[in-house]
Design a protein around this ligand. Structure first.
Ligand code: BEZ
Ligand code: FE
Length: 295
């Protein structure tokens, strides 16, 4: 008989790890070894009771049961525990002047409609009109023409289209643009509002139990992609938002905060097809080399 050391409190993690087969994939072995070691240390450190273990199992079960094709409660749990941002941060450490990334979030669930530069993504006409201008460059400052710039955002009431089907037109505040020959993009929209992450599941229970609010500061999401570069998934945040310092999912990075300036310029407004006054925000992003055509 193939014998292993018997289970003891002192050697608990080692006993479990001794059960791993010799042909276990090396990376899986590395990850599991660390996970089991930390899990056992955690149980011992807090002196986990039977009831607490049961409650933890119940919480994870409810988290799984809340998931479906469009709702991912486990990712939301990872978000509010700061794990999503940690994974994102260690895998995309700041490089020279390359634009920083942040969480994708759960609302990029439909394809953005292709739009021309200068088009509006606002299909409703409620809220403060806003012009977004920007550029895509490489780390040497060279413009990147024909980059795809996928944008999506919440409306002036803090809702994405997919949260109010039948009430908000499909694809409202979503657009897929391509940069011009000088790497520039611009489009019309409305100023987004802060909003609560979904709180009708176990993650909401966790936030309430720990005295945390569910709000994300107002932001506009971007995925910028171009051949020969790493894709960039990020947001820009409104500098004046009250939740900037307490994002429920820890997504704010200093370099992503922008001023949504107030503009009062009737001639410019007419030329752009915007009512006057309007707001204006600029986002110049820098892609890092990588992807298919990387040197
Ligand atoms: C979002 O910005 O869309 C988002 C990100 C993480 C959790 C919930 C929402
Ligand atoms: Fe969002």
């Amino acid at each position: 008989m193939n014998s292993r050391p018997l289970f003891t409190e002192a050697a608990s993690a080692d006993v479990v790890l001794a059960a791993l087969g010799a042909d276990t994939d090396p990376r899986l072995r590395r990850v599991l070894t660390s996970l089991v070691t930390h899990l056992h240390a955690f149980v011992k450190e807090v002196g986990l009771t039977d009831d607490e273990w049961q409650a933890g199992i119940g919480f994870l079960t409810a988290t799984g049961q809340k998931c479906d094709a469009v709702r991912q409660e486990f990712i939301l749990l990872s978000d509010v525990l700061g794990v999503s941002m940690l994974v994102e941060t260690i895998n995309h450490r700041a490089v020279r002047e390359a634009t920083e990334q942040t969480v994708l979030g759960p609302f990029h669930v439909v394809e953005s409609p292709p739009r021309g530069l200068g088009d509006t993504i606002d299909l409703v006409g409620k809220g403060e009109p806003c012009l977004v201008t920007g550029s895509v460059r490489d780390t040497d400052g060279i413009p990147v023409p024909d980059a795809s710039v996928d944008v999506w955002q919440a409306d002036a009431d803090g809702f994405y289209d997919v949260q109010r089907p039948g009430e908000i037109p499909e694809r409202n505040l979503r657009g897929l643009f391509r940069t011009d020959h000088e790497g520039r993009f611009w489009f019309r929209t409305v100023v987004p509002r802060h909003y609560p992450i979904p709180v009708d599941g176990p993650v909401g229970d966790l936030l309430r139990a720990t005295g945390r609010h569910p709000y994300r500061p107002a932001h506009i999401h971007f995925i910028v992609e171009a051949a020969g570069f790493e894709g960039l998934t990020t947001h820009i945040f409104d500098r004046d938002d009250p939740y900037l310092g307490s994002d429920a999912v820890f997504g704010v990075k200093e370099s992503l905060i922008r001023a949504f300036e107030h503009v009062d310029d009737p001639e410019r407004a007419t030329a752009l097809g915007l009512p006057n006054p309007f707001r204006e925000v600029r986002f110049d992003c820098v892609l890092r080399p990588g992807g298919e055509r990387a040197a």
